[in-house]
Design a protein around this ligand. Sequence first.
Ligand code: GTR
Length: 338
Amino acid sequence: MRGKKLFAAALSLLVAGAVLVTGCGGGAKTTGEKKEGAKYTFRLAETHPPDYPTTMGDKKFAELVYERTNGRIKIEVFPSGQLGEEKAVIEQVQLGAIEFTRVSASPLAEFNKQLGVLSLPYIFDSDEHMWKFLTSDMGNKMLDGLETSKMKGLAYYSSGSRSFYARKPIKSLDDLKGLKIRVQQSKINMDMISALGASATPMPYGEVFSALQTGVIDGAENNYPSYYSSNHYQVAKYYLLDKHQRVPEVLLVSKAVWDKLSDEDKKIIKQAALDSVKTQRELWDKFEKESEAKLRAAGVTITEVTDVKPWQAAVKPVIDKYGPEYKEVLEAIDKARK
Ligand code: GTR
């Protein structure tokens, strides 16, 4: 499966040029001229399986673009990491070799520092708080800010909150001490794990199941839907609901591709992305509950953290280290709390 992905990743680099040329079957030129009414076929890389809420959001987005351009712009969604792991996909999106993707803001922040603020632990009190911020001027500015990193942010999607899980019982902060925990490929996440007394092992998502199974790592962290759909719960049955982060998902397009589109097409694509958020969020809320129920039914031990204060105190060095870089954004996040 992953071998196939490597092949797909290599192939997509080779066909990078070809996609733009064949994609412009309707007659648009590849010289940068923006042609009204041009035909395109684009690819959207998604790490989750076909029925996962982000994938369903991507598909809704593609469907709206197709309808609103009368079939002129076709976006094919490639789920299950077929086009590669998130970090590699982002690199290819920067090159224009893959046109669209939906990724977590955590790995994305390695390419665009400003987004790192979204990975800071315990900065959002609730989903409501996070969405109030994401839909504020500052939230939108951060999506637009991706242009400095050769991408264009289109919309945010929901991803709930992330909590720890392990192969052996974990019931409190103390139980994390010394454990080898997989994290997304992001520096802030590594610092957060160290601050909590565990040892951080960054690794692509697709490798986590076998690393858990073979004991290369002791645990990982994610929301209920990912923990469930990745089957990690089958090999790491103890979930500690500490909700240390709420990292939104980001739907984005390569700037190289965006700059070639006509203003009309840009408008349609941006609006379709925003309109797909409603579908994604509804499906997210539903799937979050369903996956929790399925995890409980499968015998997973879920321990709720009733007092997050010791957790917040433990990660304070991370906030102290990165906070000053994000002063203005943190103020806007604080404002969205009120
Ligand atoms: C999920 C997220 C994925 C991926 C994954 C991970 O919650 O939706 O895009 O980033 O976490 O932990 O790698």
